[in-house]
Design a protein around this ligand. Structure first.
Ligand code: AOF
Ligand code: ZN
Length: 357
C-alpha cells in the first residue's frame, strides 16, 4: 500500500501547531483501519499531548490491528509526557508508518516498536517531512534557535533611503507572507534603531496568526517605553536583550547578556532565548544588527524580497552595514533554495551553505 496521501494528511494536521510547538516538532497522526481513517490528532502546543496521544483520545473504537501513520518516530522517553510507544503497544496497533526518525538523542521509538512485534515502515515522503520540521531538526543538530533574516530591497540592493524611509518597498502580497512568517517563527528580533525609526508592532496580523516573542536588542542604558511593542504587550512576550544595566521596573522582561566589543553577545542571546523554548527567530533589521549576525556566522537563512524599484544614492542603506569583505572570495556564501513570486515582487529563500536542507 502507498501511504503518501495519509502522510500528507499528517503534515496538514502537524502544521496546525506551527508557531505554538516552539522547540518541539510539528507532528500529526492518523489511525487507519479497514480502508478508512478512524481518528486524527496533532501536537497542539509545547505543553500539550503528543500527536499520537491526541489521536488515541479522538478514537471511538479499538485501535487493535490498525495502522498508525505519523510524520515523526513516536517517542520512547519520559519528557513532559510518558513515552508514546508504550501507548501504541498497549493499544495493539499492528503497523506504524513514519516519515522521519526523531534526531532527539533521547528517542529510540522504532526499536521499541519492533521489539513489541509491530511492523515499522520509515521514510515515507521523508524530504517533505524534513522541510516541514526544519527548525526542529536544526535545533537538535546545533542546540540553538534557527536564525532567519528577512528584509525587502530594491533592484539596486537598498532597504531604505538616506533618510531611513523604507515604507513600502515590498508590495502587499509580500507583506502578507511576512505576517505568515512572523506567525511561524517563535520570535522576532530587531535592533534599537529599527525600534526608533519604524516603531513596529511586530505582531502577526493574519487570521489565526500567532504573535511571536518580540526581542529588542540594545546596548544603551535608557529606553523609552512609549513604542508600540511595549503597548501591545498583553501577552508578555516583549523582551529587551541588553549588555547594559537597564531598570524598567515591572512589565517588560529584560535579559542581561554578555558583552562582546561593546555590543550584545549574540551567541549568549541565542542561548538564553533557547532556554525560553524559542526554537526559531526572524531578524527584521536593521542593517547593523543584520551585519552582527552575519559576522558572528549566525545567519542560517535569509528571506530576501526584491521589488522592481531603483533607489540609488550613495547614502541609501543596504541590508548589511559593517566592515565587509575586502575580496569576493571572503564574502559569506549562501545557497538559493527557493524563488517565489508575490505579484511584482520576487522572494529568494536562501540558506547558509553549511546547511544541507
Ligand atoms: C512524539 N510525538 O507529537 C512529538 C514528539 O518534553 P516532551 O515529552 O514533550 O518531549 C519532547 C520531545 O518528544 C521532542 O524533543 C521530540 O523528540 C519528541 N516530540 N514525539 O512522539 C509528538 N511532539
Ligand atoms: Zn511522544
Amino acid at each position: 500500500m502507498n501511504y503518501d496521501n495519509l502522510m500528507r494528511e499528517c503534515f496538514d494536521l502537524a502544521l496546525k501547531g506551527s508557531g505554538k510547538v516552539l522547540t518541539n516538532p510539528m507532528v500529526g497522526a492518523v489511525l487507519y483501519k479497514d480502508g478508512k481513517i478512524i481518528a486524527r490528532g496533532y501536537h497542539k502546543s509545547y505543553y500539550d499531548d503528543h500527536a499520537e496521544i491526541d489521536c488515541f483520545n479522538n478514537l471511538n473504537e479499538s485501535a487493535e490491528g490498525a495502522t498508525l501513520v505519523v510524520n515523526l518516530e513516536p517517542c520512547s522517553h519520559f519528557g513532559k509526557h510518558p513515552p508514546c510507544v508504550d501507548e501504541v503497544i498497549r493499544r495493539k496497533v499492528k503497523r506504524v508508518v513514519i516519515s522521519n526518525t526523531d534526531t532527539n538523542p533521547k528517542v529510540d521509538g522504532i526499536s521499541k516498536l519492533k521489539e513489541a512485534g509491530i511492523e515499522v515502515i520509515t521514510g515515507v515522503l521523508e524530504e517533505e517531512g524534513e522541510k516541514l520540521n526544519e527548525k526542529f531538526f536544526f535545533n537538535m543538530k546545533y542546540n540553538r534557535p534557527l536564525v532567519a533574516l528577512k528584509y525587502a530591497q530594491s533592484l539596486d540592493g537598498k532597504i531604505a533611503t538616506e533618510n531611513f524611509d523604507s515604507k513600502w518597498i515590498s508590495n502587499e502580497e509580500s507583506r502578507l507572507f511576512v505576517h505568515k512568517l512572523r506567525s511561524d517563527y517563535d520570535a522576532i528580533i530587531v535592533g534599537r534603531n529599527t525600534l526608533e525609526t519604524d516603531n513596529p508592532r511586530l505582531t502577526s496580523r493574519i487570521t489565526n496568526g500567532v504573535d511571536p516573542f518580540r526581542v529588542i536588542v540594545t546596548s544603551k542604558a535608557k529606553l523609552d517605553l512609549g513604542y508600540e511593542v511595549f503597548k501591545e504587550n498583553s501577552d508578555n512576550k516583549t523582551i529587551i536583550a541588553t549588555n547594559s544595566k537597564i531598570d524598567l521596573g515591572e512589565g517588560v522582561k529584560v535579559l542581561t547578556l554578555k558583552d562582546k566589543n561593546g555590543s550584545v553577545d549574540l551567541n549568549d542571546l541565542l542561548d538564553r532565548i533557547y532556554e525560553l523554548n524559542i526554537g526559531s527567530v526572524l531578524v527584521e533589521g536593521g542593517s547593523v544588527l543584520n551585519n552582527s549576525f552575519l559576522e558572528a556566522d549566525l545567519v542560517d537563512k535569509i528571506y530576501q524580497f526584491m521589488a522592481p524599484i531603483v533607489v540609488s544614492g550613495k547614502n541609501s542603506r543596504s541590508a548589511f552595514v559593517g566592515k565587509g569583505a575586502k575580496l569576493i572570495k571572503d564574502a559569506k556564501r549562501f545557497r538559493i533554495d527557493e524563488i517565489k513570486r508575490f505579484g511584482s515582487d520576487v522572494m529568494f529563500e536562501v540558506n547558509n551553505v553549511y546547511r544541507n536542507s
